[in-house]
Design a protein around this ligand. Structure first.
Ligand SMILES: [Zn+2]
Length: 313
């Protein structure tokens, strides 16, 4: 689905949330209604240039919403670039892989975010343990990963249409098609990982507590390393609001799922923080020399991921 269509679908979902809030309170001035209108306004004005009286000039506004295709791509690309900058120039692309970590299937979207946050802690603990006590400490000190949480959705009634490989994976994760009802949410992390001397099997085994299913793919050979990392994490950061089905078919998320997603993201994540995964290599020396990129970002507002200017509406 093209970015413009994703934006249109989410805009329609924001409109419905505003309408729902009004229906509930019958009061235009209620805090819930105002909140929903504000949310919709921020999302809708992303990419526009607005005059900011406080600064006395025009500033391009970015909404930073995880549901926004342009902000998500920007954020993901910056994260991919950041990881690569932690390795010496000339590090071969062959030391990196695309990684997909499938963590769980759940009918509760808040649970999906909770499980993702726990797995992020488990990842940090597992890498820390391997660096200090593992058999291959030197290899693990070079380990690095930049990625993004991807939430996929399917309806329990559509389970038989989602392809046999996915069906098996979800069953392996404990999904029971006989008892499941309604919306189901799949928690996956996509990203770029530095393997270095560690083999794929070593990482898969050591990170079993983080994700039961882990796949690797080589980077595309024609891309420079930084471009490859940017495009992988940039793409991973975007929300795909379609369920892939067998025979190349796809089905759009129903409106109720879009609304549930927007509400759950608001509850569980401040901007993009609830979506990011970043493990820097322990052998990193770049924090002392700092790339021009990270220096600019740190200087601008102290938060590496919030590089975009923002306007408070
Ligand atoms: Zn945006």
């Amino acid at each position: 689905m093209r970015n413009i269509e994703v934006r249109e679908r989410f805009t329609a979902a924001y409109n419905e949330l505003v309408y729902d809030a009004w229906t509930l309170s019958r009061n235009y001035g209620s805090p819930t209604y105002d909140d929903k209108v504000r949310e919709r306004g921020k999302y809708g004005s992303c990419g526009q240039t607005l005059y900011v009286p406080r600064l006395g000039r025009e500033v391009r506004h970015f909404c930073r919403r995880p549901a926004c295709p342009s902000c998500s791509t920007f954020w993901g690309r910056a994260l991919g670039r950041k990881l690569v900058s932690r390795y010496p120039n000339g590090t071969p692309s062959g030391d990196f892989r695309m990684i997909t970590m499938i963590q769980c299937v759940t009918s509760d979207l808040d649970d999906a975010f909770g499980r993702f946050k726990s797995s992020r802690k488990a990842l940090s603990n597992a890498v820390g343990y391997q660096c200090s006590r593992g058999l291959d400490r030197a290899g693990w000190r070079d380990f690095g990963l930049a990625g993004a949480l991807e939430i996929d959705h399917f309806l329990a009634d559509d389970f038989s249409e989602i392809g046999s490989q996915k069906q098996q994976q979800y069953r392996d994760l404990g999904y029971d098609p006989n008892t499941a009802r309604g919306s189901q949410w799949v928690v996956t992390v996509h990203g770029v990982v530095h393997l270095g001397k560690l083999g794929e099997d070593t990482i898969r085994t050591s990170l079993r507590s983080v994700a039961p299913i882990i796949h690797f793919e080589n980077l595309f050979g024609w891309q420079a390393l930084d471009e490859a990392a940017e495009s992988i994490v940039g793409y991973a950061g975007k929300v795909a609001i379609e369920t892939s089905l067998i025979d190349g078919q796809s089905r759009e998320w129903p409106m109720e799922a879009l609304k549930e997603y927007l509400l759950a993201v608001k509850r569980n994540s401040h901007g993009r923080q609830g979506f990011r995964v970043l493990v820097n290599p322990k052998s990193d020396t770049s924090s002392k020399k700092k790339s021009a990129y990270s220096r600019v970002i740190k200087h601008s507002n102290g938060n590496d991921d919030d590089a975009m200017p923002v306007v408070i509406l």
